[in-house]
Design a protein around this ligand. Structure first.
Ligand SMILES: [Zn+2]
Length: 107
């Protein structure tokens, strides 16, 4: 398997584990602590995925694009203090699982 194959496999595994933990888990403090590091690792792998296939100048566009998507995901994701659900704040201001506000007092 070449480098791109290994990166794709790593991206898949890290992504599945992260989605399982952040979407289905209930430990809100752990989610808040590990969400940003997980996003950075996942985003870095995703950023490197096409590195062997794209010309260097395309990476100058691809890199900031992935960085912006990753930052937006972090910026608009909150974890409900009441039930631990992962919430997208651009969709709603209340938790879709339990109805609590996710705007105030939630990191
Ligand atoms: Zn909730």
């Amino acid at each position: 398997m070449n480098l791109t194959g290994w990166l794709a496999l790593a991206f898949f595994l890290v992504g599945v584990v992260g989605q399982y933990y952040f979407r289905l888990g209930r430990h809100v403090e752990g989610k808040r602590r590990y969400f940003l590091p997980w996003l950075i690792v996942t985003g870095a792998i995703f950023m490197l995925l096409p590195a062997t296939d794209l010309p260097w100048w395309a990476m100058l566009l691809w890199g900031p694009l992935v960085g912006w998507i990753t930052w937006s995901w972090y910026r608009y994701t909150k974890f409900c203090s009441a039930c631990g659900a992962m919430c997208n704040t651009y969709d709603s201001i209340v938790c879709p699982r339990c109805g609590m506000s996710i705007i105030n007092g939630n990191a």
